[in-house]
Each structure stands twice: as C-alpha cells, then as structure tokens.
Design a protein around this ligand. Structure first.
Ligand code: NAP
Length: 184
C-alpha cells in the first residue's frame, strides 16, 4: 500500500531553511558517503509521486540551474509524478505539473500509482496533508545546526498520540529519525 512520507533534513531547532531560503548550513555539515545516500536511493526507488511547494521547487531550479539543464530533473525524478503547489505561474520543467488549493485531490492523484508519495516540503504543505490525515511517516535527518529562525519543519501540533518513533540511525554528524504518524 502506498505510504506518504515526509522525508527531509532539518536543523536541531526545527528549520528546513534559513529565513532567506538558504540551505548553506546544510551543505556545511561534513557529508559521509554511505548509509544516508543508500537510504535515499532505496526510498526513491519506492516513490511514484512527489509533492512540493513553490519555494522548494524554485530553490531546486535556482540552486541546481535546472532551467539551463532541464535533463537534470529527469535524471533525479524521471518517471515520477511530480506536483508543485502554487498560486502563481512558474517556469515549467518537463515532468512537473502544477496545482493549487485543496491538497486532498492532488494527493489522491499521487497515490494512484500505488507507490509511495514523497512529501518533500515545505513544512506548511506537509501540515496541510497532516490536517487531512494523509501523512503516514516522518523521516527526518537532524543536522548539528541551530538557526534560531527560518522555514519551519512542520508548523502543526502533533503529540505523542500522533507520533511513534520507529527507528533511530546515526549518520555521521546527522541522526536520522523515523516516526509513524497515526492517521486520525
Ligand atoms: N532541509 C531540507 O531538506 C528541505 C526540504 C524541503 C524544503 N527545504 C527548503 O525549505 C524552504 C521551504 O519553504 P516554504 O516553507 O516556503 O515552503 P514550500 O512549501 O516550499 O513553499 C510554500 C509556497 O508554496 C505554495 N503553496 C503551498 N501550499 C499551497 C496550496 N495548497 N495551494 C497553492 N499554493 C500553495 C505557496 O506559494 P505561491 O502560491 O506563492 O507560489 C506557498 O507560499 C525552501 O527554501 C526549500 O528549499 C529544505
């Protein structure tokens, strides 16, 4: 059965990005080849659909210069149904479609393949899915960084009734936590 998984890196104080959408703090953490990249590859092999907000999409386009080399998108996300939530008209990349408003029908279209859905962020968009009871798991890699302010990991109230810790994996300077989300 398809699972909807919020897989992301975060700071220790719960931010996805700094206030100006920079991820420099993330790339400064010494990376270790191995279990983290294998986990992500295995995860992506099970993913059929990807949902992200416009800031995340625009960050990828800008940071990875995707508009200059659109084949990069295919390389990373080829064959997956990728939806960007936005109220604006944004530059398009082959393989991406845009939607706005209620996340429930969008989510329904993403689970149609029967494969997992990667809720890629940002936090409020995943919150919209959680509000609708559509998130199954959180996969969170915590970096040894605090920012004090920025784009929040998940700006909703989820308590121990909602979240069950199922795995703890050290990854070099990161720790990767997996939680099951109780659907209400
Ligand atoms: N640390 C990590 O691994 C990680 C993971 C994910 C993201 N990030 C970064 O974290 C930041 C997240 O930014 P963010 O918090 O602003 O979140 P975001 O979800 O990427 O973007 C939010 C925007 O998406 C659009 N949107 C969201 N829900 C919508 C809906 N239901 N209908 C229509 N449009 C909708 C709105 O923009 P418009 O309508 O104005 O277009 C909204 O302002 C980005 O910089 C991203 O690169 C980091």
């Amino acid at each position: 059965m398809s699972r909807t998984i919020y897989y992301t890196a975060t700071t220790l104080d719960g931010f996805l990005a700094d206030p100006s959408d920079s991820l420099d703090w993330l790339f400064e953490v010494p990376a270790e080849e191995g279990s983290a990249s294998r986990r992500f590859e295995d995860f992506m092999a099970g993913v059929g659909g990807i949902l992200m907000g416009s800031s995340t999409y625009l960050w990828i386009l800008d940071h990875e210069k995707v508009l200059e080399s659109p084949e990069k998108w295919q390389e990373w996300y080829g064959g997956k149904d990728c939806v960007v939530m936005t109220t604006r008209e944004l530059p398009a990349v082959p393989g991406v479609r845009f939607a706005s408003g209620d996340v429930r029908p969008v989510h329904a279209s993403l689970v149609a393949s029967g494969k997992d859905v990667w809720a890629a962020g940002g936090g409020d968009l995943v919150g919209q899915l959680a509000d609708a009871g559509l998130v199954d798991e959180l996969w969170v890699s915590i970096a040894p960084v605090t920012l004090g302010a920025g784009k929040p990991l998940l700006p909703r109230v989820l308590t121990a009734k909602d979240l069950t810790l199922t795995k703890v994996e050290p990854d070099g300077q990161f720790v990767h936590l997996t939680y099951e989300v109780t659907r209400r």
